[in-house]
Design a protein. Structure first.
Length: 64
């Protein structure tokens, strides 16, 4: 399902200007910082997972 918005991983702003296809971001443009790399955007769910990963990444036992 297409999300209502994406989150720019560069500046963490919600982005409504994007193209969604086959469950992934095809194109996106952040009005705030100018980021236009589709890999640098996440859905709200993905963003929450990433935020969690970052928290756990501080554990030195975590393998990368
Ligand atoms: Zn941005």
């Amino acid at each position: 399902m297409m999300p209502d918005y994406l989150i720019c991983l560069e500046c963490e702003s919600p982005v409504y200007t994007f193209e969604w296809k086959d469950g992934t971001v095809k194109e996106a443009l952040c009005d705030t910082c100018g980021n236009e790399d589709p890999e640098q955007f996440a859905t709200e769910d993905e963003y929450e997972d990433l935020a969690m990963d970052r928290r756990w990444a501080q554990d030195p036992k975590t393998e990368s």
